[in-house]
Design a binder for this molecule. Structure first.
Ligand code: 6R9
Length: 648
């Protein structure tokens, strides 16, 4: 689409928002207020939390490498779990906090009121204490989407232990790496996970990880499916331990800047980064953005369909909604199982008000045809959210017109693990929508576009997206490697936070994220560092060298295309190709499975030995007619072979 088409294609706010909390004029006022006097603005916002000792200071930060610091509300103290639970008890103790929808629609959903959830979390916290967990300890959580996942995260928060959730789709190696990196000695897992009618051997994966993570001393196992597992002296059953403890547990007052969690995410190097978020700033951002983006009102059923293993699950399944006293829906399974109507059936079953999901899921459902959607009622829906990758205008229109019957705004939220919560997104009732644009920054978010030299681009422009001022939800460090944090995000365009994303701003000041400009690809809304897949490949005995790039994929957004050079004497067979694909899957997890794998006698390199990824990307995309300048290659003939043997 061209710019002009975008300008004409401006949707109204979508639906009836006459009672909107924030209208267009209020948005402008708030944005200006946060710019003019950030301290007053944020100390005022801090009142949305319940402090054991309220802060007197807001942000104290500098993005200059020489004087680098980021703190928010530094002299305040609070407990995150108390904010999500205890403070709601008096007013809404009997309100449903969590609705849990099982994988199999024939099984019964479960609900937990705020009072019940409070008791479950206290009990879980007491079990953790009995197993030796104390404030500041790291606890690794490898659980499916079951209520115990919510209990476990909040129990850590209650004690001041730092949780590190590892997505249930990750392999034993990936789990072991994350356990070792943050030095956690305890893992919480389940016997098995359940997704789309299949079982995932979580406990067995932890057993395999333990062999590579010598620091792991204790495993708490939640009985979920009742499947067979081997219990070792390291393991205890959660239900046995829970029966021994009380359901009362005081919440530990935490300094605002005490860590709340670590979440590993892919960057442009081989090793995932442990993104660290702190207590007050993160929770404030979760609460503020959940309210702004989704206009949350008591009684609304809020459903973020992300897994708790990703930041979206942390912020919008758990912390944001619970901080705001909402009813949050947790779904164990897949959007398209048993069939493509499941998402909409769940919407009807629980009268869901807001659905928040990813473009990759929408594209997969869209392909199955409208009948799966139109056969359902969906009259409870008032808001539709999108997150994880740019939403293509076709999927946007389908979501808006077919799923939302043209009466629910599409809240396309741009953000990152590093930002803690949404940064650029429409506000229902305030922001006119444009399909494919995350629209405009929230009050307190100051984006800028810069060219590759760092020169600021004004007005309508395309460039690299940086953020010029700190916000409370910003990550504070990379666990165990503060230099890497400063290096990765603050040195490319000095004095600003570099997002790694490319972006266009149109004449109306709307932002259109164009995708990553670094070596990170986005597969089904999940970040994957190309270097991570490359290191998995070269770890195989047959492989000498590997280069991985993204390629366009109809459903996943991007797929993984791997070029592999084998050790001399190893034959390039189809069996080996299949073995390497399986190998990566086992090393990292199913989300890293290469879609295409091409054997390359050699990789295109510059004379200084740098792999020319630009060329590999073009070949993967099938755009072999415009490979651009190959004259700087050490051996231009390499490219001809790659083009001739491209995997179509
Ligand atoms: C929340 C989350 C972050 C990367 C980010 C960007 C892409 C996320 C997007 C989007 C366009 C959106 N991204 N939301 N791109 N429009 N609405 O996904 O965090 O897993 O860390 O990924 O995802 O490229 O830099 P995370």
């Amino acid at each position: 689409m061209t710019d002009t088409a975008h300008a004409q294609d401006c949707y109204p706010v979508g639906g009836d928002w006459t009672d909107a909390r924030v209208d267009a004029a209020a948005y402008e006022r708030l944005y200006a207020a946060a710019a003019r006097d950030p301290d007053t603005f944020w100390l005022d916002q801090a009142k949305r939390l319940d402090w054991t000792s309220p802060p007197t200071v807001a942000g104290d930060w500098s993005f200059d490498a020489d004087d680098f610091r980021i703190t928010w509300f530094a002299d305040g103290t609070l407990n995150v779990a108390a904010n999500c639970l205890d403070r709601h008890l008096a007013e809404r103790g009997d309100t449903v906090a969590i609705i849990w929808e099982p994988d199999d629609p024939a099984d019964a959903p479960r609900t937990f009121t705020y009072r019940e959830l409070h008791a479950e979390v206290c009990r879980f916290a007491n079990v953790l204490t009995a197993q030796g967990v104390a404030k500041g300890d790291r606890v690794t959580i490898y659980l499916p989407m079951i209520p115990e996942a919510a209990f476990a995260l909040l129990a850590c928060a209650r004690l001041g232990a730092i949780h590190s959730v590892v997505f249930g789709g990750f392999s034993p190696d990936a789990i072991a790496g994350r356990i070792e990196d943050c030095g956690s000695t305890l893992v919480i897992t389940a016997d098995e996970g359940r997704r789309g009618g299949k079982r995932i051997p979580l406990k067995a994966n932890v057993d395999a990880a333990a062999a590579k993570a010598p620091g792991l001393a204790k495993v708490i196992v939640v009985k979920s499916t009742g499947g067979d597992v081997t219990m070792t002296p390291r393991d205890v059953w959660y239900h046995d331990e829970a029966a021994k403890v009380s359901a009362a547990c005081p919440a530990e007052p935490m300094a605002a800047e005490d860590p709340l969690f670590i979440l590993y995410t892919s960057g442009s190097t081989g090793k995932p980064k442990g993104v660290l978020h702190t207590s007050a700033g993160y929770l404030l951002w979760a609460s503020y953005t959940h309210e702004l983006a989704f206009d949350y009102r008591p009684g609304n059923v809020f459903w973020c369909a992300a897994d708790i293993g990703w930041v979206t699950g942390h912020t919008y399944v758990l912390y944001g909604p619970l901080a705001n006293g909402a009813t949050t829906l947790m779904y164990e399974g897949l959007p398209n199982w048993p069939d493509a109507s499941r998402l909409w059936q769940i919407v009807d079953r629980h009268r869901v008000h807001t659905l928040f999901t990813a473009p990759t899921a929408l594209r997969a459902l869209m392909k199955e045809g409208d009948a799966f959607v139109t056969a359902t009622d969906r009259s409870s829906l008032k808001l539709l959210g999108s997150v994880g990758e740019p939403i293509n205008p076709e999927a946007w229109r389908w979501y808006y017109e077919v799923a939302g019957d043209a009466r629910c705004p599409i809240i396309d939220t741009w953000w990152q693990t590093e930002t803690g919560g949404a940064m650029i997104a429409p506000i229902p009732g305030a922001t006119a929508l444009k399909p494919g644009s995350a629209t405009r920054p929230f009050p307190g978010v100051f984006p800028r576009l810069v060219d590759d030299k760092g020169t600021t681009l004004d007005g309508a422009a395309t460039g690299n997206l940086v953020i010029t001022q700190s916000w409370p939800g910003q990550m504070r460090t990379v666990w165990g490697d503060h230099d890497r944090f400063v290096q990765t995000y603050f040195t490319t365009y000095p004095g600003t936070y570099f997002t790694g994303d490319g972006c266009r701003r149109d004449a109306d000041g709307y932002y259109w994220i164009t995708g990553r400009v670094d070596d990170v690809i986005n597969v089904s809304g999940h970040r994957m560092g190309t270097a991570e897949v490359e290191s998995a490949l070269v770890a195989h005995a047959a492989v000498a060298e590997a280069a991985v790039v993204g390629m366009p994929h109809d459903i996943k957004g991007q797929g993984i295309y791997a070029y592999v050079t084998l050790n001399s004497g190893v034959a390039t067979t189809d069996d080996l190709r299949a073995e390497l694909v399986t190998w990566v899957r086992q090393e990292i997890g199913p989300i890293a499975t290469p879609d295409k794998l091409q054997f390359a006698p050699a990789l295109p390199k510059t004379r200084s030995g740098k792999i020319m990824r630009r060329i590999l990307r073009k070949i993967a995309e099938g755009d072999t007619a415009s490979l651009g300048d190959t004259s700087t290659l050490a051996d231009p003939a390499v490219v001809e072979d790659l083009v001739a043997n491209r995997v179509g």
